[in-house]
Design a protein around this ligand. Structure first.
Ligand code: GDP
Ligand code: MG
Length: 162
């Protein structure tokens, strides 16, 4: 069984962009419109020559009824399947109440969660990260999935040692 990495977080934070970078595909639809991926999407990745299964998810919106509720359930299912969970947040929007709600939900699963602050391109990294440290996770990484910045470090420092 290959190790499984789950990408979870609100819609539009860049989960599918990171999925495509990890898998070197365009299999996951990337869009400015939130909520494009409703189901879990599985892909293969070779990270520094180590094979992984990556799961992209539709995102958790906080208003968990109807389709949103199903998306949140899919996300939590991905976390249960995962050996490594990357909780992606958006540096451009800062810490939101929905991020805090997701953090609470993730903690209830009793697994190690790695916080990944995406879209740090053009922003002051220290200022952005200070905000997200308030979530209380030990593992916090800054990346720009669209450009690849920080992704090598994320693989070396977070994914491979996990
Ligand atoms: P998802 O809903 O979490 O899967 O997010 P997507 O991967 O679809 O990305 C949502 C939007 O954010 C798209 O317009 C992406 O191009 C953009 N985006 C993703 N990563 C980055 C990044 O590192 N920097 C910036 N500036 N935009 C990004
Ligand atoms: Mg997506």
């Amino acid at each position: 069984m290959l190790p499984v990495i789950a990408l979870v977080g609100r819609p539009n934070v860049g989960k599918s962009t990171l999925f495509n970078r990890f898998t070197r595909t365009r299999d996951a639809l990337v869009a400015d419109l939130p909520g494009l991926t409703r189901d879990r999407q599985y892909g293969h990745a070779l990270l520094q020559n180590n094979p992984f299964i990556i799961i992209d998810t539709g995102g958790i919106t906080g208003g968990e009824v109807g389709v949103d509720g199903l998306m949140a359930e899919q996300s939590m299912q991905a976390v249960r399947e995962a050996d490594i969970t990357l909780f992606i947040v958006n540096a451009r929007e800062g810490l939101t109440p929905v991020d805090e709600a997701i953090a609470t939900q993730l903690r209830a699963e009793n697994k190690t969660i790695h916080l990944v602050v995406n879209k740090v391109d053009g922003l002051d990294q220290n200022t952005v990260l200070a905000d997200f440290y308030r979530l209380g996770f030990d593992s916090v990484s800054a990346i720009a999935a669209a450009h690849g910045r920080g992704v090598g470090k994320l693989i070396d420092n977070v994914i491979l040692p996990a």
